[in-house]
Design a protein around this ligand. Structure first.
Ligand SMILES: Nc1ncnc2c1ncn2[C@@H]1O[C@H](COP(=O)(O)OP(=O)(O)O)[C@@H](O)[C@H]1O
Ligand SMILES: NC(=O)OP(=O)(O)O
Length: 312
């Protein structure tokens, strides 16, 4: 039995379209995969992304806002997505487990993530949110919203980017530990957690930002002394020379070797690099193991140890 934190990538939630039905259908498939960890007797914590959802909700808010019904700030919109995605996940996983006669409480913890108020990320937005745009559409959006920045996202189109500060603390981690001790399944630090900072009078203030869920998952996994951090995305392995004829899958790799590949710019900044950094952070802090693989390969991961396994 291991204590495992699983971070779910975009394809675990959003496959076809952004309707509630379609996202719930994708999540039900994901829940069937997550149930495998429970059937093997592991203690599981689920962290999910929210990049598309937080951006879509913001667009809806902007489109429908009036003086009496104003747009909510980004921390609050992040909290809304923790609630909605958490609800879909807990409902689906409970349903899947009940069908297997496994009776467990699955519940979402609306989690806050502390970040430094002067994190340099606040003046350098990097986190893609919401839908993809063509270059022409992105330029038009930037013109009509001068505070918005759009960047090209890993060859998939243009997306708006917002600040993404580094987590310094997962505030509700003791609740996650308590749930695990009581044999429950927590869904926590969704979307990396709601970014908050402490002001000089000790009050916590929500920040206009979206935390990276892989960094949030790594910080949570470290805080609760997890044995493993498993980052599930759309690729079976991390590769060097990705998408080139000499592409090579990394299977077992030590942190030092991985750092050399980072220096060679082997991992794309907006996609694979945060996962690698999050994995390294967890492994260095805890001596545990981090795995990066695909959602589709979880059975093989559990049976044969497929995926990129990162150790100290
Ligand atoms: N060196 C690399 N090895 C594997 N995948 C890479 C690499 N560089 C970039 N990628 C891309 O990163 C993607 C994962 O990032 P992203 O789509 O942002 O993750 P998420 O699953 O969290 O939504 C992979 O699907 C792949 O297309
Ligand atoms: N918050 C976050 O990292 O979301 P995505 O993984 O969906 O980009």
């Amino acid at each position: 039995m291991k204590k495992i934190v699983v971070a779910l990538g975009g394809n675990a939630i959003l496959s076809k379209d952004a309707s509630a039905d379609s996202q719930q259908a994708a999540i039900l498939k994901t829940a069937k995969v997550l149930a495998e960890f429970i059937k093997k007797g592991h203690k599981l914590v689920i962290v999910h992304g929210n990049g598309p959802q937080v951006g879509n909700l913001l667009l809806q808010q902007v489109a429908g806002s009036t003086e009496k019904n104003p747009v909510m700030p980004l921390d609050t919109i992040g909290a809304m997505t923790e609630g909605s995605i958490g609800y879909w996940l807990q409902k689906s996983l409970r349903q899947v487990l009940q069908a297997e006669n496994i009776d467990k409480t699955v519940a979402t913890v609306v989690t806050e993530t502390e970040v430094l108020p002067d994190d340099p990320a606040f003046s350098n937005p990097t986190k893609p949110i919401g839908p993809f745009y063509t270059r022409e559409e992105a330029l038009k959006e930037e013109k009509s919203n001068p505070t918005y920045t759009f960047v090209e996202d890993s060859g998939r189109g243009y997306r708006r980017v917002v600040a993404s500060p580094i987590p310094t603390k997962i505030i509700e981690y003791p609740v996650v530990s308590m749930m695990l001790e009581n044999d429950m399944i927590p869904i926590a630090a969704g979307g990396g957690g709601i970014p908050v900072s402490q002001s000089s009078d000790g009050k916590y203030i929500g920040k206009e930002a979206v935390v990276d869920k892989d960094y949030g998952a790594s910080k949570l996994a470290t805080s609760i002394h997890a044995d493993e951090l498993i980052i599930l995305t759309a690729v079976d392995y991390v590769y060097v020379n990705f998408n080139k004829p000499n592409q090579k899958a990394l299977t077992q790799i030590k942190v030092d070797e991985l750092k050399k590949y980072i220096a060679e710019n082997q991992f794309a900044a907006g996609s694979m690099l945060p996962k690698i950094n999050a994995a390294i952070e967890f492994v260095e802090q805890t001596g545990g193991t981090a795995v990066i693989t695909s959602l589709d390969k979880v059975n093989e991961l559990l049976d044969k140890g497929i995926g990129t396994k990162i150790t100290a």
